[in-house]
Design a protein around this ligand. Sequence first.
Ligand code: IVH
Length: 666
Amino acid sequence: MDEIEAKIEGLRSELTQHNYNYYVLSRPTVSDREFDRLMKELEELEKAYPQYADPHSPTQRVGSDLSKDFEQVTHRYPMLSLGNTYSETEVKDFYERTERALNGQPFQIDCELKYDGTSISLWYEHGRLVRAVTRGDGTRGDDVTANVKTIRSIPLKLMGDTYPDRFEIRGEILMPWEVFEQLNKEREAQEEPLFANPRNAASGTLKQQNPAIVASRKLDAYFYYLIGENLPTESHFDNLEYARRWGFKVPDVIRRCESLQDVSDYIAYWDVARKNLPVATDGIVLKVDSLLQQRHLGFTAKSPRWAIAYKFQAERARTRLNSVSFQVGRTGTVTPVANLEPVLLSGTTVKRASLHNADIIKGLDLHIGDHVYVEKGGEIIPKIVGVDTGSRFMIGDPVEFVKSCPECGTALFRPEGEAAHYCPNESGCPPQIKGRIEHFVTRRAMNITMGPETVEYLYDEGLIRNVADLYTLKAEDLLKLEGWREKSVSNLLQSLEESKQVPFERVLYGLGIRYVGETVAKRLTTAFHSMEELAKAPFETLVETDEIGDRIARSIIDYFADEKNRELVTRLESYGLQMAVSEEKLANRSDKLAGLTFVISGTFTKHSRDEYKAMIEQHGGKNSSAVSAKTNYILAGDNMGPAKLEKAQKLGVNIIREDDFLNMLV
Ligand code: IVH
């Protein structure tokens, strides 16, 4: 492989990883700007060296947010993205390009804000919302109609009578800042992972299987693009005016500009004023107003030639790196944190920034005392994006990753292929012990009414050293503690008592065995009906279990191989916690569906998809997401995807409705 080919391949795999982090994990690790820069570099190399072309290169697609839990539908009009620009010079280039392509004809440019959420396409027929689809891969998207219907600002029935019989409207689903901050506060208290920004929170919410959760998250939606055969006018601006009258939330900050100067003024104004808006924006969108001219200008494979986005600069500040400290998390991960000379950035004072891991520190070539650039790229925690090496006067010590745990002194290790360092002293390292107890008491585990401060306090007072110690807490000990009264003591003791009824699967989840999250805990308790059975299961049996791979199996074996853990479980059992699946649950299980594989498709009225999935498993059946020759039944609800239907008919798979399925269980 020559140098150029290696460079191209390197960029492709880097971009593929970023795409995955962004669309699948909702956890981007680079800014949009950096992503665009890498993409542009790859595009240019591919153009200059066509011999290395590859139809699977990340340049050949627009990215995808498709998920297997929803029906997929083909867009009537492909959902393209916009070309990005980062400077006014590039905006000027766009303006002049448009001027030339229109042979000097007069034209107007509509300026709008670029809302930073997740895009949605709504289809209306006879004034009623028929379908809501995500962008997906641009050609096909997920049908999220049930979820979208919970968004109050989206009209289900339109007002007036000037709307076309059929049309599509596109917009952005957004989570307002205020809702986002509140949601993250709640998630922090529940020890659930935080959303990095409102965009991820909005797209994560929209992909929820339970519309009731979507409804509770208070999403909003702004609209900016009307498409169809019989639109009211030939002007984008005027069409949006109409859409506003039909009941859509069309932002009124849109402006029809007559000149490049008007466009520049709009950019200058909103770059500052946007900070007071209730939702996140990341730029400005410029669109040629006349639909006739839009048709003349047309599209490239990825974006329209009649529109472009101007992205705002992420806010950046320069400050001094005073020191680096290292924090130890619940699972022993050690995270480096930069302590900075306080500096004002986007309206808040920044004192700390995340450095993520040893590779990032090395990549930045950080030295104590360096002047660094800090950015808030839509993420909550600011990050260091570069070092002002030019201003290094007296070079300080290079920042080194610690070799031993800052909390307990144990030597750290870094597993092969991972970027993180861990402290292995699970049972003796205070933040790990406290973290495990905090996890055990959370709502989704044992639901014990005790916050992280109380755990910290009880630990510091020497009253708890592990989760079993919680059950030996006595009223008289607690009453001696500062600020504790009869009421708070009795509440805590009662909640501990109630936790003894929490089902086995949540007890298992609460133990905090690495890789055993809620879903894995459920799978395990379906196959192993008691803690005793699970603890005895050999590796080979564990990996035969549905969805349990080598990594999880190894972690379970390691957990029970440790005598301290076995003792802990024995103690918990002696205090009366549920260590087996209840008789009642077992009695409800059957093998009525044993050997049968189901694919669930569409939306249902009597139970949710998740409930049907659980029923299938409870009765010995298997769930699968794709129709194949192995599928025995398709459980079809409303709006079953046409592709699935066609495939099912071709393969002769039985298609059954909700009632037929429920009859199979009686
Ligand atoms: S117009 C064919 N207008 O930006 C052009 N898009 O990178 C259709 N976006 O997928 C898009 N605000 O999710 C348009 N005022 C606006 C927008 C906007 C945000 C998003 C949208 C789109 C992405 C393009």
